[in-house]
Design a protein around this ligand. Structure first.
Ligand code: FES
Length: 218
């Protein structure tokens, strides 16, 4: 088990904030204080994402050690909440410590990993931690595009699952992050499977997948 990890807290319905979360919220690492500061940072890649759940925005900039293919520096700006600040602050530490994370490993970083290092987040705040890792993948993709490494770009899952209503895998993921625990709840939020019944087994599989990915349970 990872140090400080609270399986009873990650994915729980409570509002517990660990000491680490409070520390990274009150003393965020690698944060831009102003827009000007962010602009002066000579970034190799920039990623900006918004949260469909709360409308908050995250912008993250990276510098890359091109020879080693590792992240050298990683800084962010956000209009998100305390959980978004704390989790992205921790993310910037994780990707730059020990000589910097390999780009391919940084691409695979999951909210669960960040929450593990933070000692957990309330379930209703998990979507805030997703902002940082999504912005990071955008920033790495941006670097790949700018440096002509197009074959390394990985787009987020936009595959259409429900052909009648054009509902994507990402819509299912968002519903899970919003707190839907099973098929009925996801269907209530998205209307998936109401017309296109053939997609239901795939939707159920995706719900299990995203529950395991974000909350460590199916
Ligand atoms: S980032 Fe919007 S509520 Fe946390």
């Amino acid at each position: 088990m990872k140090q400080g990890f609270r399986p009873d807290v990650v994915g729980s319905g409570g509002w517990f904030y660990s000491e680490k979360v409070k520390d990274h919220f009150f003393n965020p690492r690698n944060i831009f204080k102003t827009k000007e500061e962010a602009k002066k940072f000579k970034a190799d890649g920039i990623g900006a994402v918004g949260s469909p759940q709360c409308g908050d925005v995250m912008e993250l900039r990276i510098k890359v050690d091109k020879k080693k293919d590792r992240i050298k520096e990683c800084k962010f700006r956000t209009f998100g909440c305390a959980s978004a600040i704390a989790s992205t602050s921790m993310l910037t530490v994780m990707v730059t410590e020990k000589g910097g994370m390999k780009l391919e490993d940084a691409m695979k970083l999951k909210p669960k990993d960040i929450m593990g290092r933070l000692g957990g987040l309330p379930e209703r705040k998990v979507h805030c931690s997703v902002l940082g890792d999504k912005a990071l993948r955008e920033a790495i993709n941006d670097y790949f595009r700018k440096s002509g490494q197009f074959e390394r770009v990985k787009e987020e899952g936009t595959k259409i699952i429900d052909k009648a209503l054009k509902i994507t895998g990402k819509d299912i993921e968002d519903a899970v992050l919003e707190g839907a625990k099973g098929f009925e709840e996801v269907q209530k939020m998205t209307k998936v499977g109401i017309k296109d019944k053939n997609c239901i087994p795939e939707v159920k599989r995706l719900i299990r997948h995203y529950r395991a990915k974000h909350f460590g349970k199916s």
